[in-house]
Write a protein that binds this ligand. Sequence first.
Ligand code: FE2
Length: 295
Amino acid sequence: MIAAAALRARFAADGFLVFPGFATSAKIAALRRRAAEIVDAFDPAVAGGIFTTRDETRSDDDYFLSSGYAIRCFFEEGAFDEAGRLRVPKERAINKIGHALHDLDDVFAAFSRDLRVDVLVHELGMADPRLYQSMLIFKQPGIGGEVAWHQDATYFATEPESVLALWFALEDADRDNGCLWVQRGGHRGPLRQRFVVEGGRARHDVLDATPWPALAEAEPLEVTAGTLVAMHGVLPHYSAPNRSPVSRLAYTLHAVDGGARYSPRNWLQRPPEFPARGFVGPERSANNANSSQWS
Ligand code: FE2
């Protein structure tokens, strides 16, 4: 077991922490069942939503930009043939479901609002966590797309910088099926880009021309199902395409500090009547903040 001060020190040095065995197989099974129901109910005709971090014009559409307080499915880039037909069955063609599963779906809400994560996030220095985003990422066998080097803070500007990513492996993740690769300590480098939406148009602004890390600097995070990876928002990371026959299912949450100013130019804006909430809401007790399951 690790004391809070040691956790903070390791996080400050590396920019990420790995907790194997965080989620039970029963909890994972419940998420997978619910995800299958959501995909089953999804009509591909309503959405051309294709997610990519390489070409912002693809995500520059209302289906994506208005999904901050919705549950929507997004297709893999390679899901369609040249005639626009699905190459594989719908349930094998979805890239992800986003972005408010943690607020709008009871099963995902129960998984997301976990007091152990609340404690961890506080131990890492976030005084007033607000959960802005959730994503169920499929990384489908054979066609699961690459997610190029990026920093999650690109998508969640706050002043001061505060975003924290929580990445839950719902299946074993390894080099073959597209595990995360990180640059250990890279969060101490600059934030390179900012994803900005103005007037309904999205763009990437370059903040710093520092190149992305060389492959030799990238470290694979090969983890077993149930592992939680916590990442600093400025940590460079990527995941390779999944050309293997097995999927690499993961669930992610992004929290920012409610005490920081959330940029009105971030793509994800919550309607005033549905503000981003914390792990347990305003009634959160001081006991939760102070007790540590890691120490
Ligand atoms: Fe990311």
